[in-house]
Design a binder for this molecule. Structure first.
Ligand code: ZN
Length: 347
């Protein structure tokens, strides 16, 4: 089995108080869940970025009432609520590590990550999907950095004090609004200084080019696909893919049907060939060194049948192998590109 390091999951949303389950469920094969340790072991998942996503009432109401024919901008999340919610989710990540009897660790640098992967210890990197928990004076950035934060998406698909995320209109270009605020530019510079990865997934196009102009680190979109194949604003245009390649960065394959399919529909019967063609397109455009996986495991009802949970990395690797990807190419897509980008960013 090919060991995989995945750039994006929402597993932390499953655990209380954000979700229904106690953290101990991470060690059993739970119900209504995409990622737990037994599933990771079965699929070859060796570790990944664990997202802190602020699932507040305003966002959830906007999601459930969302009408693609009449898209409205997402409401912003309340920063005070966001900071408290982030605290609980970060605590749960450390509770999982502490309860794991050495089976899982929160890693903070490249050497720890490599040591875990070589020893078969499940490697978890703390990531924020949206900077809502961080104040514009960046005090919380320093504190969360000390608490292990090593990757930060400026936004989810909503506005905040730093930038604007893309809405889910389809079809639509990712050019959906203004670029970074002054606070957003300061946040990117602070992340560069602290060696925190800046994640571009969910960011609109003007914000993307602002980060490209400001940041000295490889450009990374942890869980976004090719816009040429699926015209969701969540995906990356050819120009964006070129910029990612030119900085030595990467884009991670997102397996959710809405970001894969030509029709942009959330259809569970989406075939494996749709995942494969995005990988092939991005490899053709950027080269084999700039494509990884950021599957977006989280909510079972959103996942396609062919990639319903963390056991499905192995069949994806088999499908790529059948399309002619050799062992070195598969290793790069599965983990080595992510490891290189994290080494370059964190050093
Ligand atoms: Zn996301």
């Amino acid at each position: 089995m090919i060991p995989v390091f995945d750039g994006h999951n929402d597993a932390l949303l499953h655990y209380a108080p954000a979700g229904p389950a106690p953290i101990e469920e991470f060690f059993t094969r739970g119900e209504d869940v995409c990622l737990d340790l037994p599933r990771a072991r079965e699929g070859g998942l060796a570790g990944g970025l664990f997202a802190v996503f602020i699932k507040d009432d305003a966002t959830m109401a906007a999601l459930t009432s969302f009408d693609p024919a009449n898209p409205t901008a997402m409401p912003a999340a309340d920063p005070t609520y966001a900071c408290a919610a982030a605290m609980a989710m970060v605590a749960n990540l450390y509770r999982i590590a502490a309860a794991s009897n050495g089976q899982a660790e929160v890693v903070r640098d490249h050497a720890e990550l490599v040591r875990c992967l070589e020893a078969g210890v499940f490697a978890m990197v703390l990531h924020f999907e949206g900077a809502e928990p961080i104040d514009t004076d960046l005090h919380a950035l320093e504190v969360f950095y000390q608490a292990g934060l090593r990757s930060l998406g400026l936004v989810w698909s909503r506005p905040n004090a730093f930038a604007c995320g893309v809405p889910f209109d389809f079809p639509h270009s990712p050019d959906t609004g203004p670029g970074l605020t002054a606070a957003g530019e300061a946040l990117v510079r602070a992340c560069n200084r602290l060696r925190i990865l800046v994640d571009l997934s969910h960011l609109n196009e003007k914000g993307f080019w602002d980060v490209a102009r400001i940041s000295g680190a490889p450009l990374v979109a942890s869980h976004s696909n090719a816009w040429a194949l699926c015209k969701s604003p969540r995906n990356l245009t050819d120009r964006q893919l070129d910029a990612i390649r030119n900085t030595g960065g990467l884009a991670g394959l997102n397996v959710l049907p809405a970001f894969l399919r030509e029709d942009g529909k959330r259809v569970k019967a989406t075939p494996m060939s749709d995942l494969v063609r995005h990988i092939e397109y991005m490899v053709e455009r950027m080269g084999i060194d700039h494509v990884g996986i950021g599957a977006d495991l989280g909510v079972p009802s959103y996942m396609p049948d062919v990639f319903h949970d963390a056991t499905c990395y192995a069949p994806l690797m088999d499908a790529l192998s059948a399309r002619g990807f050799d062992a070195p190419a598969l290793a790069k897509i599965a983990r080595e590109n992510w490891l290189r980008v994290l080494r370059e960013t964190w050093r």
